[in-house]
Design a protein around this ligand. Structure first.
Ligand code: NAP
Length: 278
C-alpha cells in the first residue's frame, strides 16, 4: 500500500494526523529531521533535504506539508518537496499554512501556497488560526511558574482551534478529491479573549491563572531568552500584533464542512489537557 509522507510527524498536528490515518487503515511514513528509530520513520531534514528526498518519497502517493517553526524562509524549505511531489505525480498534497498567510502574496509562506496551487497536482491548503495547544506548549512555562499567560494581545479575541480538528481536516482532505484545489481557513467555533481563556483554564485546573497583557518588546525579549532565532521572534511578535488588531477573531465553518463534525470548544480542550496545568 502506498503511504502518506507526513512532515512534522512528531509534532502537535502531524502526530495526531499520523495516528488518525493509521487508525483509518492507511499507511503512513513519518518524516523527521532526526535519525529514524522506527520502521515507519524516515529522515528528511528540510534544512538539508539533498540526498534524502528520493528515499523519503519512495512508495509515497500523498504528502502532508508544514514548515517547521523557527524558520521564516518557509518557501525555501518547502519548494524542494513540492517539486519532488510534482516529479512523482503524487495523488494529493495538503499544506498546512496559517490563517492570514494569504494577506501578502510576497510573504514566504504565501509563496509556498502559490507554488503548490500552480503545481498541477491535486492540492489543499489549510490555514489554521492560533492553536489551543499553544497553552499546553509554548505558553505553558508562564502558566506553570507564575499562573499567568503573558502575551501582547490586549483584549482581542481569537477563534482558537484544537490541533486534533486540524488533523481531522487534513486526514479527510488527503484521502478525498471532492474538495480539491481549495484553501480553507480553519477556526474553532467560538472567539475568546485571553481573560476568558484564563478563566476556563483556572476552573479546569483548579488554580488561579490570569492573563497579563505585555508589550511587544517584552514578548520579543522573552522569546529570544527562550533561544528562538531573533528573526522568528520578530515574526511571532508581528503576527501577535495581527491578533491584537482583531484579525484572529473571525470564525469559519470549514472544520464542519470538511470533517462533518463541529470543532471542539475551548472548554473541551482544557478538560482533555487538564494535567498540563494542575
Ligand atoms: N501554533 C500555532 O498557533 C499555529 C497556528 C497556525 C499555524 N501554525 C503552523 O503550524 C506549523 C507547526 O505545526 P506543529 O505545531 O504541529 O509543529 P510542532 O509541534 O512545533 O512540531 C514541529 C515539527 O517539525 C519537525 N521539524 C523541526 N525541524 C525540522 C527540520 N529541519 N526538518 C524537518 N522537520 C523538522 C519536528 O520534528 P523532528 O524534531 O522529529 O524533526 C516536529 O515534528 C508551523 O508551520 C506554524 O506556522 C501554528
Amino acid at each position: 500500500m502506498a503511504a502518506t509522507l507526513i512532515i512534522g510527524a512528531s509534532g502537535t498536528v502531524g502526530s495526531e494526523l499520523a495516528n488518525l490515518l493509521e487508525a483509518g487503515g492507511h499507511a503512513v511514513r513519518r518524516a523527521s529531521s532526526r535519525v529514524p528509530t522506527a520502521s515507519d520513520q524516515v529522515q528528511l531534514d528540510l534544512l538539508h533535504p539533498q540526498g534524502q528526498l528520493a528515499a523519503a518519497f519512495e512508495g509515497v502517493d500523498r504528502l502532508f506539508l508544514l514548515s517547521p517553526p523557527g524558520h521564516v524562509d518557509q518557501h525555501v524549505l518547502l519548494a524542494p518537496l513540492i517539486e519532488q511531489a510534482k516529479a512523482l505525480g503524487l495523488k494529493k498534497v495538503v499544506l498546512m499554512s496559517a490563517m492570514g498567510a494569504d494577506a501578502d502574496d510576497a510573504a514566504p509562506l504565501r509563496q509556498a501556497e502559490l507554488h503548490l496551487a500552480r503545481s498541477g497536482l491535486a492540492w489543499n491548503v489549510i490555514r489554521p488560526n492560533w492553536f489551543m495547544q499553544n497553552f499546553n506548549t509554548f505558553w505553558l512555562q508562564g502558566i506553570r511558574q507564575h499562573g499567568r499567560i503573558f502575551l501582547p494581545v490586549g483584549r482581542a479575541k481569537g477563534s482558537f482551534i484544537d490541533a486534533r480538528d486540524i488533523a481531522a481536516a487534513a486526514a479527510r482532505l488527503l484521502h478525498s478529491h471532492d474538495l480539491d484545489n481549495q484553501a480553507f481557513d480553519l477556526t474553532g467555533a467560538e472567539s475568546l479573549d485571553h481573560d476568558e481563556v484564563a478563566a476556563i483554564l483556572s476552573r479546569v485546573a483548579g488554580r488561579t491563572i490570569t492573563f497579563e497583557d505585555i508589550t511587544p518588546e517584552a514578548m520579543r525579549a522573552a522569546l529570544v531568552d527562550a533561544h528562538l532565532p531573533p528573526a522568528y521572534a520578530d515574526f511571532l511578535v508581528l503576527i501577535l500584533g495581527f491578533f491584537k488588531a482583531g484579525y484572529a477573531e473571525r470564525t469559519t465553518d470549514a472544520v464542519q464542512r470538511i470533517t462533518g463534525q463541529a470543532p471542539r470548544r475551548f472548554e473541551a480542550y482544557a478538560e482533555d489537557y487538564r494535567a498540563a496545568w494542575v
